[in-house]
Design a protein around this ligand. Sequence first.
Ligand code: T1G
Length: 687
Amino acid sequence: MSDFLKVSRDGDVVIATIDNPPVNALSFHVREPLMQALVALRDDASVAAIVIACAGRTFVAGADITEFGKPMQQPELRAIVATLETIAKPTVAAIHGTALGGGLELALGCHFRVADAGAKLGLPEVKLGLLPGGGGTVRLPRLVGAVKALRMIVSGTPVGATEAHAAGLVDAVFEGDLTTHAVNFAREIARKGGPFRSVRDRNEGLKETDLAAFDAEAADLARKARGLEAPIACAQSVRNAVTLPFDAALAAERALFVKLVGSDQSRAQRHLFFAEREAAKLAGKDTKRRIARVGVIGAGTMGGGIAMAFANGDYPVTLLETSHEALQRGLATIDRNYSVSVTRGSLSEDAKRQRLDQFKGSTDYADLADCDLIVEAVFEDMAVKKEVFGKLDAVAKPGAILATNTSYLDINEIAASTSRPQDVLGLHFFSPANVMKLLEIVRADKTALDALATVVDLARRIGKVAVVVGVCHGFVGNRMLAARGSESEALLLEGATPSQIDQVFTDFGWPMGPFQMGDLAGLDIGWRNRKARGLSAVIADTLCEQGRFGQKTGRGFYLYENGSRTPATDPEVEVLIRDKAAEKGIAPRAISAEEIIERTLYPLINEGAKILEEGIAARASDIDVVWVNGYGFPVGKGGPLFWAGLEGPGKIIERLEYWHQRTGKDVFKPAPLLKRMAETGSWEAGG
Ligand code: T1G
């Protein structure tokens, strides 16, 4: 037999155990021996039943994603599932860890599925820009119903074993030694005798499908797809399972899969899958420090969210504020945020209690002495930061990691204000910190490797996507954001409107455009930052001088009537823009969507290239992970640097040079690495 498949017997029950670490992906070297084994066991009269199980920490977590985009070696998963369905003796999938994608499809090829109580089952292919290509969209609805299957497949979110059992997806849930339970289950079934129906022959889940309700739900999900093809294809394929004969639906699924697997969107989302995992890899990985308790300084919007992120990750948190009132205000906000989650049903009352029990409030720095990591989230002012780090240096225990949540200040300067710069780094969370996945981990010049490795690992434990970046103004995300926004004012003065520009961004796939985003975040943040740096933006500054800070004051670039979050165009703003343009002698002209992309996203990419050249980011894919997880860059485009490859670096350079010529602005001066990427097709410096 093969190293990747072990076949053993327990009396007349045979167990085929897949062993392909780390996640038992259904690579060719697994598929081939599995097919051979199934054929042999089918025809072996001494075998009464077959159990398919996996070694290691999980059942099959899907097809091997690294094989996509290459000629597929036979046998494919579909052929293995078809062979499974020719087996008359009972076949049982024993599921522990995660049965995902092709893994669940393999299990759906079996007559029965039993699961460990902690198992998760799902078809997450949509997150890779795909749909289940091994029959999942046709078999799953037969067990759980069309609408449940639609929700599972379009969301890609796995369900727990208990929910799967209740839905009819698994036949039994066990605690303890799963393989033994599965063997006994199989033997009992075999003893009772067949015939045993394959899922293809079962359609209890399809009976009484309310197609109108199905279509309404599918239409709603389609509206949320924001230009992504996979969710639409998933819905169509599940619908086919209801309306078409089995084999016709299977063939239709195949055709949709082949179309998607070759698409730019799926290539982009597969790129991001591996990019997120690469980003967490540190060169010269070192030991980690133990983190048992976390301290957070500042209970404002950021501090409160950061404290919740750690409490949600099961870490006890000491929350420090300058006064009792401020502390109580912060704790009350945290309590309110959890209550909102309970009301929405995304958190139980018990879980809320457990999380709140993690908090210890204080106004005394001495209470931070037992913390292993302390995150400062106070006012963005260097003098204030240095004062806080001075106090921290005095009370924090040796080896404690001292982190700042600054979003642009010089962390080397902050570190130098302590006697332990090796323990200082940046943990740049994004607002709301308990929700946003991205964590920019800023490595200062003297940051120790073990401190870095510790927080990279910690980020994963609190459900964050970590990217390690170097020190520069605005790090990776905000520095590139400044480049993307550098022409916003000029575009408005020359004739574009906030809603026109925002429309170009939402058409591109962003959740919202820069002006709507500015209004949401608060225009006063940028205003204070510009004033601190002696910079100006004539339109945004004037809006702020008029108290138009955005949603929080009911008006910014847009109007938000009666507390609504829906932006309405404000004629006053359009008049203000025209007046400012007239003052500068700028005559308005028609501005195309292409021009808006060229003057916003091309400088964004160019700045990314400069950041790579300077080594502020280790990989181009790290920059993609920052922008997709922190700034809403559309996943279907893979991130700015991946998208540059799709858009065409030659075209980007040609247009950058055109705008550099016209404006003389540095943001348009093509970076040498971008030019090299145009020649070599690779962002690797040596590429
Ligand atoms: N193929 C290849 N490599 C994979 C893989 C896969 N399916 N899943 C994980 N890896 C690698 C990963 O890159 C990493 O490598 C290592 O395994 C550990 O992963 C026909 C079309 C299972 C929940 O989408 O969600 O089936 O970085 O760090 O945090 O219909 O991995 O160490 O070199 O993520 O414990 C559908 C993908 C495929 C699930 C475990 N399946 N995997 O999380 O470990 S498409 C998925 C996951 C498909 C069929 C279709 C997670 C996990 P390295 P990890 P983890």
